[in-house]
Write a new protein. Sequence first.
Length: 573
Amino acid sequence: MSAAPRHELRKVRNQGVTFLALAFLFSVFVNLLMLTGPLFMLQVYDRVLGSRAVETLTALFLLVALLYSLMAMLDFARGRIVARFGARFQSQLDERVFDATLRRSLNPQARSAPATALRDLESIQNLCSSPVLLAVMDIPWTPVFLAAIFLFHPLLGWLAVTGGALLVIIALLNQALTHRKVAAAQAASARANAFSEHARQAAEVVRSQGMQEDVTLRWLSQRSNALSQTIAASDWTGSFTSLTKSLRLFLQSAMLALGAWLVLQNEMTPGAMIAGSILLGRALAPVEQAVGQWGMIERARSAWTSLNKFLDQTPPEVARTKLPVPAANLEAKSLTVIPPGSNTPTLRNVTLSLEPGKALGVIGKSGSGKTTLAKALLGLWRPAAGEIRLGGATLDQYDTTDLGRHIGYLPQQVTLFNGTVAENIARMSESPDAEAVVAAARKANAHELILTLEKGYDTFLEGNDSQLSGGQKQRIALARALYGDPVLLILDEPNSALDADGTEALNAAVRELKAAGKSAIIMTHRPQAISECDDLAVVEKGQLVKSGSRDEVLNAMVQNAGAIKRKLSPVGE
């Protein structure tokens, strides 16, 4: 977390202050033109009807038509301006928020929380594109219109001020009483949506393990709770909206009644009576609209606070000097790793090295720290102590994108994305290099497999919901790891879903990588996966207990080393 708030949202907002200033300038003229109606009524009742002058009425009507046309253009223009301000605000932050969301997801604890940052940004943009922002710009004119009513008669002015004060009090009560209710409803809805997404992703497990009824009931409970809180919040905001609307209409009628009484007392003209009523309606309209759309204002306000906090906790990465392609030598010294969000190290004081043209196997039981080591070597988790160097430079000296190109990674849990096979292999590039895609597929021995698909490399995959088998997904993911000719390949349980042919294809890919002077690290507990490994490192409870040549470690650590070697020799030697 940064030492001081960065206020990135405020900075981006201020960059668009010209848009807001122009919209506010247009609001000045729009609100001035709002006086057209009351002044027209005043002239019609006090001059036209008394003089019965059709020419005057015609001239006034043409002038009113012209002024209202001008008001419509200005009102439309300011609406488009604030909409573009909102779009610009979102577009300037989209990449930053998306990047922060991905990096925050590397934290195991944060990953389980609902990812709302992008929705928060959209809520702010929605407010900017809605008429309620224009209503907020019009609210400063409410006192001006109320003061103008005093020109017709002081009693009308005081009635208008009293009514306006009541509406402001209602608006403040609305904000005070509904803020927490709206925020709680939003949080409950986000939790229910996150649970449904988790259930969708685990649909096979839910169905196959007879969990559907219990999962459905749990989701319905969360959904019902969210719905109840949403209804409760809506009831409160709705009651204030109804009260505001009714009060405004009552005030206009009261204004007419008081005006009529003053006309009967010969203290004002009928035109002033009508004009005062219209002016009061115009003065209170933006307040009513803001109260009616208070839910949207609250969502945007809550989103602003939440998004600012999120960005403060996930500062942007510092730009780094671009380094040349490194040599394939890797070195870790006294490495200690504490997973993000945890206080307990899962890897302690590990030292190992890997030379070009070599493959290292890291073996150990599940939970021993192999995956933690893989994430540290990939630069995903920063060391709490010690250092990792690739080609002589520490990992944090590389730009994240460049480091990803230098290191190929096949995770234990394969994830494919919505896109063609070629796009998935090309790491979702918008313009995949066809030759590089096919080359990577050949290195992974997946070329023939891909050609058997309906449209070959152009077959569209629905992410992990595609009809590919686990072994096919793993072979495509291996091709993705090999795309771009990385200098280091890290494989985490790479043959967990592979058959004998797939395992042989994997070993062939590692052999080819070594022959090209590149290096590989294989995290596994299966003997078949270490057939191409030159060295082994044994990890237990987060500590390196043995390292050295493959045969040396097997002889020292495994009782049935001879049987394992016999399994390995036909493939690897």
